[in-house]
Ligand binder design. Structure first.
Ligand SMILES: [Zn+2]
Length: 180
């Protein structure tokens, strides 16, 4: 995870939903599975042990609870509780050739839980304050309840991916043809 928290750039948020989906789909997801996810999102550069993997599973359960909340007041309270418990140290960082952007820096002695929850809580807090609502959700396709980040501006997103949306549209179309 790059820890880039710039508003309008929900990359860190996609890391959070992907992590939540992996951990919920497979409570036994291994250190290698989680490592692959971290690497896809750019960090952190160290080998996860089985103990780390268990720690990440545990920490992710806090994020799953937040992502399942639909009411913005309740979500804000839950996120504030995480920010109290796992304070983030936000900093503006300028990467070569890029504009200034907001990142978090974990304290030197931070463990994985602290790193994950401080960064994620701040990312979710910025997202909620920017959108004014819980701009995330769970897929409504049958057999899928994956979390997603709702980055759309007009109609609320219903499906986790275009793939699930297509699956539901095709099924509806077939049902209609069977009826007619
Ligand atoms: Zn889905």
């Amino acid at each position: 995870m790059t820890d880039d928290l710039s508003s309008g750039n929900p990359r860190g948020l996609h890391f959070i939903t992907e992590l939540a989906n992996i951990v919920r789909d497979d409570p036994q997801a291994s250190a290698a599975d989680l490592q692959a996810l971290l690497e896809r999102h750019g960090g952190p550069p160290f080998r996860l042990t089985d103990v780390d993997a268990r720690e990440l599973h545990q920490a992710t359960s806090h994020l799953i609870r937040v992502l399942a909340i639909r009411d913005e007041d309740t979500a804000a309270e839950a996120i504030n509780a995480l920010l109290d418990r796992y304070p983030a140290r936000p900093r503006l960082v300028r990467l070569p050739g890029r504009p200034w952007s907001l990142h978090t820096q974990a304290p030197p002695d931070a463990d994985l839980t602290h790193w994950l929850l401080s960064t994620s809580a701040l990312a979710l807090a910025l997202w909620l304050s920017e959108r004014g609502s819980c701009a995330w959700g769970q897929c409504s396709a049958p057999g899928c309840d994956h979390f997603f980040i709702d980055a759309g501006r007009r109609t609320p997103q219903r499906f986790c991916t275009p793939r699930c949306a297509t699956r539901v549209r095709v099924a509806a179309h077939r049902a209609q043809r069977a009826d007619g």
